[in-house]
Design a protein around this ligand. Structure first.
Ligand SMILES: *Cc1c(COP(=O)(O)O)cnc(C)c1O
Length: 395
C-alpha cells in the first residue's frame, strides 16, 4: 500500500549553544509526551492556572493578564503590538539589532506610524536620547529589546521606563532572550507589555510565547475604537479562555503547555537568583577561555549578555567550516552572525539548561581543535585552563 519510504524520527543528540533553541531538560521532554487531554478538560484548566501563576513569578509581576500565546516569540511580539496599536497610532522603536528591526516591521503592518531611533549593532540606548525622541514624536507606545540576541547587547530599562511614563506613553519590552537568564522586573520597571519565548533561557522547545500586560495596557486595549487586526492574537478573546468564562477561542497546544509548565517549575525550583548567578558564572568562565584563545567580544563589557556571547571571528578563519566541524565532531551548535554581523561574529549561547561548566569546557576544547585545523596557532589547552581557573576561584 505504501510507496512512502519513511522512517521514524531519530533526531541527533546535540548540545545547543547557539542563539536558541537551547538544550531541553529531559523532564520537559517527558512532559511533552504526557497524554493529550481536551482543551477544556478540568486537568488542563488547572495546568493553565498554575502556568499563569508561575509565569507571574518569573516575570516578577502581579499582572492578571499573563499567559502563554500559542506561537513562538515572534507571535508574542505581534500579540503585544496588535493589541496596543490601532491604525494611525504613533510608536517609537529602538533599533540596534535584528529584533528591533522586526518589531518596527510588525508595528508598521499593524498600521502604526513608526519612528525608529537607531544605534549600531552592539550598542544600546540611553534615557536622554529616548526622551528627546519621545518629545519629538509623542508616541503612544515605546518598544525596546531588552536582550538583543543578534548582537549580544543588554539594554538597561529602568531609567528609560521613567522617561516613557513621564511622557504618558506605554513601554513594550522584548524579553525573549533575557527571561530566565537575567533579571526581568515587569512590575519593578513598570513594563506595560512584555513578551518572551520558550526556547531561550527557559529551556523548553519553541512553540509558546509568554506575555504579560499591565493595568495601563489593559486600559489602552479597553479604549480601542477598532477591532484588533489579528483575530488569532486578540487578547480580548484569548483572555476569556485563560480566565473569565473559559470560552473556546482556539485549541491550545496542549502538550506544549505541559512542557512550559514543567520548564517553569524547574526554573522556580532552581530559584531565579541562583539561575542568574549560574548564567553569570558560566559566562565569566567562557570569557576567560575565549580570551586565552585570542577571541574577543563584539560588545563592550558593560553591556554584555551572559547568555549570548557575541565574539569576533578571528581573521583568516572560515566561519562556516568551524561551525560545521563543531557540529559534526563535537555535536555542538553555535550560531553565526545575523544581519550585518553575518560572517563577522559567532554567537555562543549559554542559555538555561545549556549553561553548564561541562558545555563551557567542551566548547573551548572543541574550538581549540577547530582553530588549529584552520592554521591558527593557539596555546594548547589555554582556553580550558583559563575557564577552569575561573571555576576554581569561585569554588
Ligand atoms: C528569538 C528572538 C525573537 C523571536 O522569537 P522566535 O521564537 O524565533 O519567533 C524575538 N526577539 C528576540 C530578542 C529573540 O532572541
Amino acid at each position: 500500500m505504501s510507496d512512502i519510504d519513511s522512517t521514524t524520527v531519530t533526531a541527533p543528540q546535540r548540545i545547543l549553544m547557539g542563539p536558541g533553541p537551547s538544550d531541553v531538560d529531559p523532564r520537559v521532554l517527558a512532559a511533552l509526551s504526557a497524554p493529550t487531554v481536551g482543551h477544556l478538560d478540568p486537568y488542563f484548566l488547572q495546568v493553565m492556572d498554575e502556568l499563569q501563576s508561575m509565569l507571574r513569578q518569573v516575570f516578577r509581576t502581579e499582572n492578571e493578564l499573563t499567559l502563554a500565546v500559542s506561537g513562538t516569540g515572534s507571535a508574542g511580539m505581534e500579540a503585544c503590538v496588535v493589541n496596543l496599536i490601532e491604525p494611525g497610532d504613533r510608536m517609537l522603536i529602538g533599533v540596534n539589532g535584528v529584533f528591533g528591526t522586526r518589531m518596527a516591521d510588525v508595528a508598521g503592518r499593524a498600521g502604526a506610524e513608526v519612528t525608529t531611533i537607531e544605534r549600531p549593532f552592539g550598542e544600546v540606548f540611553d534615557a536622554d536620547e529616548v526622551a528627546a525622541a519621545i518629545e519629538q514624536t509623542q508616541p503612544k507606545v515605546v518598544g525596546l529589546v531588552h536582550a538583543e540576541t543578534s548582537t549580544g547587547a543588554l539594554q538597561p530599562i529602568e531609567e528609560i521606563s521613567k522617561v516613557v511614563h513621564d511622557a504618558g506613553a506605554l513601554l513594550l519590552l522584548d524579553t525573549v532572550t533575557s527571561l530566565g537568564g537575567l533579571p526581568v522586573e515587569v512590575d519593578g520597571w513598570q513594563v506595560d507589555a512584555v513578551y518572551s519565548g520558550t526556547q531561550k533561557c527557559l529551556s523548553c522547545p519553541p512553540g509558546l510565547a509568554p506575555v504579560s500586560f499591565s493595568p495601563a495596557a489593559l486600559g489602552a486595549m479597553d479604549a480601542r475604537k477598532t477591532k484588533v487586526a489579528s483575530w488569532y492574537l486578540d487578547m480580548s478573546m484569548v483572555r476569556n479562555y485563560w480566565g473569565g468564562n473559559r470560552a473556546y477561542h482556539h485549541t491550545a497546544p496542549i502538550n506544549m503547555n505541559y512542557a512550559l509548565h514543567e520548564a517553569l517549575r524547574l526554573v522556580l525550583a532552581e530559584g531565579l537568583e541562583n539561575r542568574f548567578a549560574r548564567h553569570r558564572r558560566n559566562h565569566l568562565a567562557l570569557r576567560a577561555g575565549l580570551e586565552a584563545l585570542g577571541i574577543h567580544y563584539a560588545v563592550p563589557e558593560v553591556h554584555r549578555l551572559p547568555q549570548l556571547n557575541a565574539v569576533l571571528i578571528p581573521d583568516g578563519v572560515d566561519d562556516a567550516a568551524v561551525r560545521k566541524q563543531l557540529l559534526n565532531e563535537f555535536g555542538l551548535e553555535i550560531g553565526g552572525g545575523l544581519g550585518p554581523m553575518a560572517g563577522k561574529t559567532w554567537r555562543i549561547g549559554l542559555m538555561g539548561a545549556a549553561s553548564t561548566n561541562r558545555n563551557v569546557l567542551l566548547l573551548l576544547a572543541g574550538l581549540e581543535r577547530c582553530l588549529a585545523d584552520q592554521g591558527i596557532s593557539v596555546d594548547r589547552g589555554a582556553g580550558v585552563a583559563a575557564a577552569n581557573g575561573v571555576y576554581a576561584a569561585q569554588a
